[in-house]
Write a protein that binds this ligand. Structure first.
Ligand code: 1CP
Length: 347
């Protein structure tokens, strides 16, 4: 099947993700669309986060902003990991300065009734936004994304952001049957959300399991990996590369790759050399400049970008990115300069 236009499918990003050689790594930044950009803050003035994710005019404009400004090699679809659970009817909001907040957290089996399966009919706006974007992006690939079952479950069970994921882990161990049923629903929702984006023209996908690093490898493999495998498997027949990312996942890298990804996202705590060794050289890597270094002098940033590019050459493929999202206080010119540097390495 061939959904995206040819050129985007032959882009540096897709080629690196497919383990094909390139003159330099492609570069994009997690959270490149967002609060570090004045044009983003201006367009979001007076519009709630969830509303802005459901309006194709805003989604397309916000997704394009970093592409125009920085010349990154990929666009990331402007949305949020909680958009699909909101679309099936979970009452939630994305509160400024906080993040996703769920009105009635999930605690019992009866709560699963509030979480029906996602179909394309829940998210016609997502299809429309992706179509508009793909037309505007031309040969720049669009990365579709979804939250992984564990990270989504954490927001649903905790009711909002959590540092410890205590209730989530307690539910996982106290009622494994309910945990697995909850994650099976979330895997369907995440998988279908990815599928909708790819069918509308996205050229790659990223599954964000941002908080999986809170788990031991044992718990990850028993309680999480089977569900992430289902979510990633939902687009397996659509011929797009899949990136699997989490924070603090040094112990989980091999398990995350084995869940069904071509690219493993590496946060800033693990050197790419070590990540590649842990993954047996079988995956492309994405990462991993420490976002904190964006506040260091340019010479420091440049040295680290060059080191990361060199380390990435040993892997089956490399996509240059940060080790986590762009901090809101980042000077956007620094990101532009990193893109220019990486591009100069291929000349
Ligand atoms: O007021 C605002 O502008 C809201 C801030 C914001 C933005 C810009 C939130 C709230 N979400 C987003 C967009 C977003 N979220 C994108 C698209 C933009 C891009 O990447 O360029 C993506 C990919 C996400 C994904 C997301 N949302 C993740 C996974 C990525 C990660 O950072 O690990 C997570 C964990 C969320 C939840 C969330 N949404 C928003 C916040 C502040 C949070 C994190 C809350 C927490 O700490 O738990």
């Amino acid at each position: 099947m061939d959904h995206a236009p040819r050129p985007a499918r032959e882009s540096l990003l897709v080629r690196a993700a497919r383990h094909e050689p390139g003159a330099r790594p492609p570069v994009w930044f997690m959270r490149q669309a967002g609060r570090s950009l004045p044009e983003y803050r201006a367009i979001r003035e007076g519009v709630g986060m969830l509303e802005s994710c459901r309006r194709p005019d805003l989604v397309t404009e916000i997704t394009m902003q970093p592409v125009r400004r920085h010349g990154v090699d990929a666009a990331i679809f402007f949305s949020d990991i909680v958009v699909p659970v909101g679309a099936v009817g979970i009452d939630l909001d994305i509160v400024p300065g906080v993040g996703p907040v769920v009105a009635q957290p999930v605690a019992t089996r009866a709560d699963l009734d509030r979480l029906p399966e996602l179909t394309g009919e829940h998210v016609p706006d997502i299809t429309e936004s992706v179509r508009l974007l793909v037309a505007e992006l031309g040969d720049t690939p669009l990365i579709g994304f979804a939250g992984a079952p564990f990270t989504l479950a954490s927001y649903l069970v905790e009711g909002g952001p959590s540092k410890t994921h205590a209730r989530t882990k307690a539910l996982m161990h106290a009622d494994p049957a309910l945990w697995h049923d909850l994650c099976a629903r979330l895997a369907q929702i995440s998988g279908e959300f990815l599928r909708v984006q790819v069918e509308a023209g996205a050229s790659a996908v990223q599954l964000f399991d941002s908080w999986a690093g809170a788990l031991s490898r044992r718990d990850y493999e028993e309680f999480v990996q089977p569900h992430s495998r289902v979510a990633l498997g939902a687009v397996a027949d659509l011929d797009v590369p899949r990136i699997h990312f989490g924070v603090g996942t040094g112990e989980l890298l091999a398990s995350m790759g084995a869940a069904g990804a071509e690219v493993v996202g590496v946060d800033f705590r693990v050197d790419l050399d070590d990540a590649n060794e842990r993954l047996g050289g079988r995956y492309a890597l994405q990462g991993n400049l420490d976002p904190a270094l964006l506040f260091a002098p340019w010479e420091v940033i440049e040295a680290h970008v060059r080191r990361i590019v060199t380390q990435g050459r040993a892997a089956a493929g490399h996509i240059l990115n940060l080790g986590h999202g762009v901090p809101p206080e980042t000077d956007p010119d620094v990101l532009t300069r990193i893109v220019e540097l990486v591009k100069s390495l291929g000349e």
